[in-house]
Design a binder for this molecule. Structure first.
Ligand code: IPD
Ligand code: CA
Ligand code: CA
Length: 262
């Protein structure tokens, strides 16, 4: 089976198991603090994905949230796995969480898959072939005026409430857009942009497994992403992310609210 077909199969199987899951309180643990959760299901899902990938492609590199990277430094493709993106939602709501799998060859995107598990809906894109939700082609919104934009912020405290050098600009932006939403899943919020259901996305902190699948889907749907300096988003480390429905929107927001030169 080729990589995309395998990934699709694994993501759908992982989603089916998560839909059936019943989480017990004693299966929830804290990682870096009380706002950073992991459950037995995050770990089991990542192990399931890793097993399937490494059996078929033993030379590939696997970067996932819950376990150390496999084959780091090797020549193969790199898989970025977030077994549950939106663990807090999984724990508190049992909805609004995703399985996210992105695959790259170095800095060349290959494909991204994001399964909104409970909806259920599969967002996917193969580089150069457009983005889809199940069988429906996706395109970002055509909104360009700041007052028309719906902005999404997956981590409100860090991005908007805590002091940081760009806080003032982001707060002004938040006041001037049509509205601000927070779903609590980077992957699903990038897919919402791809589907034209939001127009702008900002987070001060996102990890490779959070965004390396969704960014491919968003770019294939016509969207654009960068870090707060306007640079290509790194693949291999934590980074702020600014994403928009089009390159023009990204430029406008950077110039008007983030101090970029016009
Ligand atoms: C988190 C979610 C959340 C975002 C955090 C991520 P997790 O991922 O995407 O919305 O604000 O930065 O770490 O921990 O649920 O996989
Ligand atoms: Ca995540
Ligand atoms: Ca996760």
């Amino acid at each position: 089976m080729e990589r995309f077909a395998l990934a699709r199969e694994l993501v759908l199987q992982a989603g089916a198991a998560l839909r059936e899951s019943r989480l017990r309180e004693d299966e929830i643990q804290h990682k870096s603090g009380y706002q950073d959760l992991v459950t037995r299901w995050d770990k089991e899902t990542e192990q399931f994905l890793r097993r399937g990938i490494s059996e078929a492609f033993p030379q590939d590199i696997i970067v996932g949230e819950e376990y150390p990277a496999a084959n780091e430094g090797a020549e193969g493709c790199t898989w970025y796995l977030d077994p549950i993106d939106g663990t807090t939602n999984f724990v508190s709501q049992h909805r609004n969480y995703a399985v996210s799998v992105g695959c790259w060859r170095g800095e060349e995107p290959l494909f991204g898959l994001v399964l909104d598990v409970e909806r259920p809906a599969l967002y996917w894109a193969e580089a150069g072939s457009g983005a889809f939700r199940d069988g429906t082609p996706l395109h970002t919104s055509r909104r360009r005026e700041v007052q028309e934009l719906l902005m999404t912020v997956p981590g409100v405290p860090r991005t908007l409430l805590n002091p940081h050098p760009r806080q003032e600009g982001l707060l002004r932006l938040a006041r001037e857009v049509r509205g601000v939403r927070s779903l609590g899943s980077v992957a699903l919020e990038l897919c919402a942009l791809a589907a034209g259901e939001a127009d702008l996305f900002v987070t001060l902190r996102s990890c490779p497994w959070d965004h390396n699948a969704g960014r491919i889907i968003l770019a294939e749907a016509g969207g654009s992403l960068c870090d707060l300096e306007g640079e290509f988003l790194p693949l291999d480390r934590r980074t702020p992310v600014l994403a928009a429905n089009a390159p023009e929107t990204l430029r406008l927001v950077r110039e008007r609210y983030l101090g970029a030169a016009e």
